[in-house]
Design a protein around this ligand. Structure first.
Ligand code: HEM
Length: 548
């Protein structure tokens, strides 16, 4: 039953439990699942009947038994949700299938109100059954709200807070130089240079390992895991997430393609959890552990506790899972954003020119950008924000889940509802962003400065208590690599038959993350001196490293 207090609904009756039965026969699994869906539906209707005055958020009608299973779009769902929000004149939409309920927040106002201001209610995650099938170790991103989650966040967050990420700045700048040198040395393999850059930063931080060259096994490993996650569909949306017993169905059934996908990529997830960890332990055994390296630090704490006979709440599996979280969450997101930057600079030569002019003004042509220059590169920063807005990597965010009943704008949001922030809809809202499909970094400048005074996009890194822990690190990586790219490389469409740059639209994948697929681009040295400066700086850095 629902009772009101201070405008909020308080739950007295529990919503149905979605917990998974133990392994059972196929028939039992199917019967159990159907019964669970029916019971859940009946209990839910009863609850609503009890409090008719609180309506659920609107949404398209569901089907008998299946609910919205077939209605909810599988690919590019964010666009359809944005359309429905207009059609149903509601920024919050409601869906339900097999006892799982979800809402989609299509406005920044609703996301801030629910996920931030009422953050304590919406900090849970749904259970990601498909990811369990993929064989993840404990991973902060997927952990449910509770003691284990708090432990992982408490351990993982400190090295990545804004005041601490400066410790990685020198390494990030070096990797940015290596990335641009790689782009110039082998322009056809520019995607590998980008991947190398993003892997090197987080592999060093998490494991203290180096990426040696383009053919490093760590790059392949990171690519595989990125593929595994990036194309697995919106998190929490597979039939197994909606109806957990279906994980026991044979994977050859036509509608079990997400189970087939999970099993195909299982080994990639296991490899990325185990192999760098093993290599890090080996390195630690052969040299003095580096306490700034996440795995070394945690293993040293573990060993100290064991020696003193103290309990270890963060066990070896936790360390493995947390280190893999840094590598997986940190590498693909950064690589995908650098790839987008490359795309938008290629597609918008005037923007590229203006950003390069800014580099020439602030840095000049006789040296390469340093960290001291970054605060002055205002236009480059806007290019990055416009990149976030044009294509948020997780257009539907990573879903949160509610731990108590709530009422928003007169609409009931029952406990246990999965919540997707439609970041893409927020960032393409015509009421906020003029010509939202145009790449126009100036839009954020004031009208006096020639802009449109539009707000910087919010939501690319999530919301509330689950907000991305790596955002300051990522932002630094992106700014230093962008500045170095602007100083050293010229990005153009590859030449067409007439020798002039020939425009094209690359292919995209909207399965889960919104990713631009590798595309051809023409990369050349921006100035005669660029290559020389890159070589000289890298040589000096290597000398410094040797002399200590
Ligand atoms: C451009 C780069 C990045 C983007 C766009 C990005 C985006 C996101 C998003 C959308 C979330 C979900 C937040 C929510 O649930 O509300 C998230 C969570 C997370 N990110 Fe990032 N991220 C980036 C880089 C990184 C890096 C470099 C790290 C590594 C330290 C990282 C680690 C995490 C972790 C551990 C979580 C889970 C937080 C939790 O559930 O409590 N991310 N990120």
């Amino acid at each position: 039953m629902w009772a009101h207090k201070g405008g909020r609904a308080m739950n007295i009756r529990e919503t149905p439990d979605l917990a998974l039965p133990g392994p059972s026969s196929l028939v039992l699994a199917i019967i159990g699942a159907i019964l669970a869906a029916l019971v859940s539906k009946i209990v839910f209707r009863e609850i609503l009947r009890g409090r008719k005055q609180i309506r659920l958020p609107p949404g398209p009608p569901g089907e008998f038994l299946l609910g919205h299973y077939r209605t909810a779009p599988k690919d590019g769902a964010f666009k359809q949700y944005a359309k429905w929000a207009k059609e149903y004149k509601s920024d919050v939409l409601f869906f339900e299938t097999f006892g799982t309920r979800w809402i989609v927040l299509n406005s920044l106002k609703s996301a801030v109100e629910l996920l931030e201001k009422r953050g304590s209610i919406y900090a849970d995650r749904p259970r990601f059954v498909m990811f369990e099938e993929m064989g993840w170790s404990p991973t902060l991103t997927w952990l449910r709200w509770g003691p284990k989650y708090h432990l992982h966040r408490r351990v993982l967050q400190p090295p990545f807070v804004k005041s601490k990420v400066a410790q990685y700045a020198a390494m990030q700048r070096r990797e940015a130089l290596v990335c641009c040198k790689g782009m110039l040395d082998d322009p056809l393999k520019w995607v590998t240079s980008v991947r190398r850059f993003s892997v090197a930063v987080v592999l060093g931080i998490a494991y203290g390992l180096d990426v040696d060259g383009h053919s490093s096994p760590w790059i392949k490993l990171a690519e595989d895991s990125a593929e595994a996650v990036g194309k697995s569909g919106p998190p929490g949306s597979s039939i197994m997430d909606l109806w957990p017993s279906t994980r026991y169905l044979p994977e050859w059934l036509p509608f079990m393609e997400r189970l087939r996908y999970a099993h195909t990529w299982r080994s990639a997830i296991q490899r990325i959890t185990k192999l760098p960890f093993k290599a890090s332990v080996r390195k630690m055994q052969n040299a003095t552990p580096d306490r700034d390296v996440f795995v070394h630090n945690r293993l040293a704490i573990h060993a100290e506790n064991t020696q003193k006979g103290l309990p270890n709440d963060f066990n070896i599996e936790d360390i493995k899972g947390a280190a893999a979280t840094i590598l997986i969450a940190g590498n693909d997101t950064t690589a995908a954003t650098v790839t987008l930057l490359t795309l938008y600079l290629m597609q918008n030569p005037a923007v590229q020119r203006k950003a390069q002019d800014e580099i020439d003004r602030v840095v000049g042509r006789d040296r390469l950008p340093s960290w001291d220059d970054i605060p002055q590169l205002q236009y480059a920063r806007l290019v990055l924000h416009e990149t976030y807005r044009m294509n948020p990597l997780s257009p539907l965010g990573i879903p949160h889940a509610s731990v108590a009943d709530d009422v928003y704008d007169g609409m009931l949001i029952p406990k246990g509802t999965v919540v997707y922030p439609n970041v893409w809809a927020m960032m393409h809202d015509e009421a906020v962003y003029a010509r939202p499909f145009c790449f126009w970094p100036e839009r954020y400048l004031s009208v006096e400065e020639g802009g449109n005074g539009e707000p910087l996009p919010v939501g690319n890194f999530g919301f509330g208590r689950r907000i991305c822990i790596g955002r300051s690190l990522a932002e630094n990586s992106l700014l230093i690599v962008l500045a170095t790219m602007l100083a050293t490389v010229e990005i153009q469409f590859p030449p067409g038959p007439d020798g002039k740059p020939a425009a094209f639209e690359p292919e995209w994948s909207f399965r889960g993350q919104a990713i631009v697929l590798p595309f051809k681009t023409s990369i050349s040295s921006r100035t005669d001196k660029a290559r020389e400066l890159l070589d000289a700086e890298l040589c000096a850095l290597d000398k410094d490293a040797v002399t200590g």
